[in-house]
Design a protein around this ligand. Structure first.
Ligand SMILES: Cc1cc2nc3c(=O)[nH]c(=O)nc-3n(C[C@H](O)[C@H](O)[C@H](O)COP(=O)(O)O)c2cc1C
Length: 195
């Protein structure tokens, strides 16, 4: 079904000489092991919008779009590189954008206390939590070392339920990647993209 807002926006763009069907949106993804990238690609494909990896070189492109979707992985409750993105935001006028944030992780994504903790820790009022992936057999030496160093402090900040689920997933591996998980993000972009 065609989205009427999208049609209106398309007409506006056509009036300006832009005949592409694309959403005025850019997905910027920051991934260590690929799951955040997988979601970024699914989102960009579903919306037919542009996509770039997070890097100093590319983030300036954000200034060209009205909607910016930033996806990153969660490390001990931190949305990796979000603060850096915000620090540089003046350079590409991020304050004036519709910024949508998603975080990928292995914690139970629907747990309210966990969600509140991550949002507070990153000073984010709204975000999407997507089920990520962890393969203990493929973990890099750096990730193993970080995990060893961070794990206990990390768990002390989470509830027992979250801690138990995470311990089990780090030990036995977990793959929560799901196409359905991006639906709320798509709905958000589609409803706000052309306001
Ligand atoms: C050092 C370390 C800390 C992590 N901390 C968290 C965390 O606090 N919450 C969470 O849900 N997942 C955590 N994870 C799991 C990753 O966020 C998860 O594997 C994610 O899918 C990785 O995304 P990527 O494949 O895009 O790199 C952690 C993983 C590592 C290695």
């Amino acid at each position: 079904m065609r989205n009427p807002n999208r049609t209106a926006s398309k007409r506006r763009r056509e009036a300006k000489g832009d005949t592409s069907n694309k959403y005025d949106a850019l997905v910027i993804y920051n991934s260590a092991n690929g799951s955040t990238t997988e979601y970024a690609k699914m989102i960009a494909e579903a919306l037919d919008c542009d996509i770039v990896p997070y890097s100093r070189k590319y983030i300036a492109y954000a200034s060209l779009y009205r909607n910016v979707i930033f996806g990153t992985w969660i490390r001990a409750g931190e949305l990796v590189n979000l603060q850096l993105l915000k620090k540089n935001s003046g350079n590409f006028d991020l304050g004036s954008k519709n910024l949508i944030i998603y975080g990928t992780g292995i914690a139970p994504v629907d747990d309210p206390s966990y969600q509140t903790f991550v949002k507070d820790r990153n000073s984010v009022s709204d975000m999407y939590f997507l089920p990520g992936k962890f393969d203990p057999k493929k973990v890099s030496k750096t990730a193993k070392a970080s995990l060893g160093a961070m794990q206990e402090t990390m768990y002390s900040q989470y509830s027992d339920t979250v801690e138990n689920v995470m311990r089990e997933r780090f030990k036995n591996g977990y793959d929560g990647i799901s196409k359905d998980a991006i639906i709320p993000i798509l709905e958000d972009v589609i409803s706000t993209a052309n306001e």
